[in-house]
Design a protein around this ligand. Structure first.
Ligand SMILES: Cc1cc2nc3c(=O)[nH]c(=O)nc-3n(C[C@H](O)[C@H](O)[C@H](O)COP(=O)(O)OP(=O)(O)OC[C@H]3O[C@@H](n4cnc5c(N)ncnc54)[C@H](O)[C@@H]3O)c2cc1C
Ligand code: FES
Length: 288
């Protein structure tokens, strides 16, 4: 067991108890033993898993996440956080990348087997502001967090996807089918423009005469910070879903804290799992 996992076992204990509700403030957080309805390969290291979750599915708001208990893993007891990719009255789905021992254990599960989950977690994205053009930015598996809200918005906008190579670009066809304009950038140029997604976005923004846009972004921290800086400089709102290592996922262990600007104290700690994971760019006090 790793150091972080040992320290966080205490917090995990109460989440492992088989109770129907775990209360997180006034918002009920549910725990379900879910059955895997579908587990399919998407591309490269990316997979989609659909879980039967009638208690959690109807409660999910765009940008929220769930905590999955990786099965049969004696030396890794912590739940792994995943954005909800799809949700309906009966189920939730995740779109995930196999990166380590937890995701590898999840990946070995077959349809019909069960997995323990808690959720919905976090606050998710706010409602899109009427009158503003929605712009989404997805880096790698961050694309998964952008799906739910885009499916419900009447107003279509532009979505930018970035990654190292073609296999890191996810959900582009889904956004196209929803009527969104899709812009892609890969570092190796294997699909879309060669270079960083920020460069593609900058060119697009420079061609616009107005900045009546609102950004919703999920991806690696460096990418989020770059878009957050642009939002402050060009004076538009950017909602950033922060990807932090999480031990408990419910606000108890402080593994996931970031510095949040505070008008009186300068800054204060905020928990990504409970106070986030979505923050407006001006709220975040980035480390130098
Ligand atoms: C709010 C939130 C939503 C997420 N949504 C998704 C999603 O939709 N799809 C998806 O594939 N992943 C998502 N992640 C990341 C996912 O939780 C991690 O990839 C997973 O926990 C890794 O577990 P592991 O045991 O396989 O990896 P480990 O063996 O613990 O680590 C393997 C490697 O992955 C890195 N890693 C572990 N956790 C994270 C993390 N949170 N962020 C960045 N790198 C990490 C480690 O540093 C290490 O290099 C999300 C994370 C957060 C915080
Ligand atoms: S992961 Fe424990 S407080 Fe956020």
């Amino acid at each position: 067991m790793t150091g972080t996992e040992t320290k966080s076992c205490f917090f995990q204990f109460f989440l492992c108890v088989k109770c129907p509700f775990v209360f997180r403030g006034i918002q009920p957080l549910k725990q379900e033993q879910t059955r895997i309805l579908e587990h399919r390969h998407e591309q490269a290291d990316y997979w989609v898993m659909q879980l039967s979750a009638p208690g959690i599915g109807p409660e999910v708001r765009p940008g929220q996440f769930i905590g999955l208990q990786a099965p049969r893993l004696d030396n890794a007891v912590l739940r792994r956080p995943f954005s909800v990719y799809r949700a309906d009255n009966e189920s939730v789905s995740i779109l995930y990348k196999v990166v380590g021992k937890g995701t590898a254990a999840i990946n070995r599960l077959l349809p019909g087997e069960t997995i323990d989950i808690i959720g919905p977690l976090g606050n998710g994205f706010p409602e899109a502001t009427p009158g503003l053009t929605p712009v989404r930015i997805g880096g790698g598996y961050g694309a998964a967090a952008l799906q739910l809200q885009a499916r419900t918005l009447q107003k279509k906008g532009t979505v930018f996807f970035g990654g190292r190579t073609a296999s890191d670009i996810l959900c582009a066809d889904e956004f196209k089918a929803l009527g969104w304009t899709v812009e892609i950038a890969t570092e190796d140029g294997s699909v879309g423009s060669r270079g960083l997604v920020t460069d593609t976005f900058d060119r697009w923004l420079d061609e616009r005469s107005d900045t009546d846009i609102e950004l919703f972004a999920c991806g690696p921290e460096g990418m989020l910070r770059a878009f957050g800086d642009r939002a402050v400089d060009r004076d538009f709102k950017a909602w950033l879903s922060m990807d932090r290592h999480m031990a408990c996922g419910v606000g108890a262990c402080l593994t996931c804290v970031i510095k949040k600007n505070d008008p009186e104290k300068g800054w204060q700690w905020a928990r990504c799992c409970k106070d986030g994971p979505v923050f407006e760019s001006r709220e975040i006090a980035w480390d130098e």
